[in-house]
Write a protein that binds this ligand. Structure first.
Ligand SMILES: [Zn+2]
Length: 335
C-alpha cells in the first residue's frame, strides 16, 4: 500500500476519510506491514504483505467464497506449479490436474478479456481503474502497464488471491494497489474511478442492486463499468448449470440472471449499457463441442468484417436462447 491511496478511500466502518498510518515495515515501493487507523471511529485496518485489509465483518457470501477457495487450494484440486514463471505466463500456462474443458474455457475467457480491453485502450490516456474480484490479479497487472489500478478481492492467499500480485509487481516494473474488501461495501470516495471492471465476477455479488448502486457513486461522471465474461442464463441452457450446482455445493455465491434481468438491473440504477458477444465468439463455440464446434468452425471461415455483422445481428437471439457469456460497457451518463 502507498500513502497516495488515502486520497480515495473511505472507512468501511463509518464512511469518514481521516486516517492515520502506523508503519511497521516498508520497502522501497510501499508500506508492507502496519495499520491504517480511522481517526473518526478508531477502527484499525491491517496492512499485511502490502495488502490493505479494508473491511469490518465480511458478508456471509464473502466468507463462504474464502472457505471454498482455501479448500480448493489445500485439497490441490488444482495442482499449481507455484513458481513465478507459472504466474507470469498466466493464463497461458497450463493448469495441471484441472479438468481439460475448464482449462480451455479459462483460456478462451482470458483471450476474450485481452481482445476487448485492447479495443478500449486509447493510447496516452491514463485511466483510474478498479478491478473488482481481481483474484490472482493477472488482468490488473496487465492494465497497470498503462493505467492507475486498484485490485479488490475478498480472497488473499497465494496463488489464487491478491498475494499473487507481488509476482507481477516484482517482475514487470509496475505497481498497483491491492485491497481486501467486500463488493457490497465498496470503500471509496464518490467519483474516484473512470472504469470499474469485472471479469466473471459481478454475478458473485450477493446483492447486485447494492453493488451497482455503490459503483454508480464511485464512478466519475463520464465513467463506465466494463463487464467481461459475465454469464447469462438462456432458455435452453444446461451445461453451465451443472457447473453452477458444483459451485453452490462449495458455497460460492452464484447468481444466474437472464440477459433481460441484467439489463433491467443496470437500467434501474440509471446506467445506460451496451452488451456484446465475447470478442472471440467462434472460440467459445468450439469449446462447447458437437454442433457448436461445427458452427464455430464455420464462423471462422467467414471474413472478420462480415463475421462481426453476423454476430451483431444474431446477438439478441443467441443471448436469449442459450446459456453463455457476454461483455458489456455500462455508461454512467445518459447522453
Ligand atoms: Zn471509521
Amino acid at each position: 500500500m502507498k500513502e497516495k491511496i488515502l486520497d480515495i478511500v473511505i472507512c468501511p466502518n463509518c464512511q469518514e476519510f481521516e486516517f492515520k498510518i502506523l508503519i511497521e515495515r516498508r520497502s522501497d515501493l510501499e508500506i508492507r506491514e502496519g495499520k491504517l487507523r480511522c481517526e473518526s471511529c478508531g477502527f484499525n485496518f491491517l496492512i499485511k504483505k502490502g495488502i490493505l485489509f479494508f473491511h469490518t465483518k465480511l458478508s456471509r457470501s464473502a466468507l463462504n467464497e474464502g472457505r471454498a477457495l482455501n479448500k480448493e487450494i489445500s485439497q490441490k484440486k488444482l495442482v499449481f506449479s507455484q513458481d513465478d514463471k507459472w504466474l507470469l505466463n498466466f493464463p497461458r500456462s497450463q493448469q495441471l490436474d484441472i479438468e481439460q474443458r475448464a482449462d480451455r474455457m479459462m483460456k478462451v475467457s482470458a483471450n476474450n478479456s485481452l481482445i476487448f480491453i485492447k479495443r478500449l485502450n486509447q493510447p496516452g490516456k491514463k485511466k483510474r481503474i478498479l478491478e473488482i474480484g481481481a483474484g490472482n490479479c493477472w488482468l490488473s497487472a496487465k492494465l497497470a502497464e498503462d493505467h492507475e489500478v486498484v485490485a479488490l478481492d475478498v480472497f488473499t492467499p497465494f496463488p489464487k488471491g491478491l498475494e499473487a500480485a507481488e509476482v507481477f509487481i516484482k517482475h514487470r516494473n509496475i505497481y498497483f494497489e491491492r485491497i481486501k474488501a467486500d463488493m457490497i461495501k465498496i470503500p471509496f470516495k464518490d467519483r474516484s474511478f473512470d472504469i470499474v471492471l469485472f471479469s466473471a465476477a459481478l454475478h458473485h455479488s450477493s446483492d447486485l442492486k447494492r453493488t451497482l448502486k455503490d459503483i454508480y457513486r464511485i464512478l466519475a461522471p463520464d465513467g463506465r463499468i466494463v463487464l467481461l465474461n459475465e454469464p447469462s442464463k438462456g432458455l435452453f441452457g444446461s451445461r453451465e448449470r451443472e457447473r453452477v450446482t458444483r459451485d453452490l455445493e462449495d458455497g460460492i455465491e452464484e447468481n444466474r440472471y437472464t440477459i433481460q434481468e441484467w439489463k433491467a438491473a443496470f437500467k434501474v440504477i440509471g446506467f445506460r449499457h451496451k452488451a456484446y458477444l465475447p470478442s472471440n465468439f467462434s472460440e467459445v463455440l468450439k469449446t462447447r463441442g458437437g454442433i457448436f464446434y461445427f458452427c464455430g468452425f464455420l464462423l471462422e471461415l467467414i471474413p472478420f468484417s462480415l463475421r462481426k455483422i453476423i454476430m451483431n445481428a444474431s446477438k439478441p437471439v443467441i443471448l436469449f436462447l442459450f446459456d453463455g457469456f457476454f461483455n458489456a460497457i455500462i455508461y454512467k451518463n445518459k447522453v
